[in-house]
Design a protein around this ligand. Sequence first.
Ligand code: F6P
Length: 323
Amino acid sequence: MKRIAVLTSGGDAPGMNAAIRAVVRTGLAKGWEVYGVEAGYSGLMNGNMRSLGARDVSGIIQQGGTMLGSARAPEFKTEEGRLRALRELNRRGIEGLVVIGGNGSQTGANALSQMGFPVVGVASTIDNDLYGSEITIGVDTALNIALEAIDRLKTTASSHQRAFMIEVMGRDCGYLALMAGIAGGAEAIVIPEREFPPEQIASELREAYERGKAHAIVVVAEGAQHNAEELEQYFKQHEERLGFDLRVTKLGHVQRGGEPGAFDRLLATRLGAGATRCLEQGQHGVLVGWNRSEVTTTPLTEVVAHKKQIDLSLLDLAVELSQ
Ligand code: F6P
């Protein structure tokens, strides 16, 4: 009889629950016992885990967040922390671990795998900045939440001939801002991957008004070189000269808390099932991701050694589209 464990780590993402459900139910279908670890690597180090049955994951596929809880666990970055986790896993006779999460989580998964424990990662982060998966769990839902906000802000912006700046998540990566900006018809998109000085943003907004637009929308990634707070201050200082009013909306964690849409439920289900299939076949030390419409595996060593790039030609396209 095989016994495995599953945990969710780092920032939660809509669809994590669907992935847990898939790991638990496909694991049970193979005749295994499946443990759920509470609060990510913290729970793993403290041995905070319990056996999950099919009914324990009932009614969660449509829920955002994660039923297991998540955490950022700096102690797991130390060898001592990881040894504690290994002791807990061995003490319970657990033979495989599924880690659902993004970059930080998969770095932890790789470290554990390097210590000889069978680990399989599942690609999940709303940032879509994880190498080894074209799209990750939670991105589609987060994007739709951002879009809904942009659409609403556009309505009120038009009524008042205002400019609106919307900050979306993405600490190191502009994917969400870029895609939300294109799909939301933004006049300017500010992302960490390309410098966009405040003066240039201001002149693009001014030109948008001069072309007869009733509003101007700027989508800013939280990790951009000039973040929303800095840009807001700049616009306030130069308001008279610029000749327009700017309002700022920071979407923050609203983007992470939604119910997963169909895409994320299906993606999470396929990736979760892919993870138990890997463990069954003795394949570990890999990330289960989604590439070219298929479930794929990429060695965790490769995942942590690369930074995923976004397609910057889309930023040039966005400029053409905002005419
Ligand atoms: O990594 C996902 C993410 O939502 C980032 O976009 C954001 O910068 C970060 O997590 C926020 O982290 P926390 O929830 O710990 O504040």
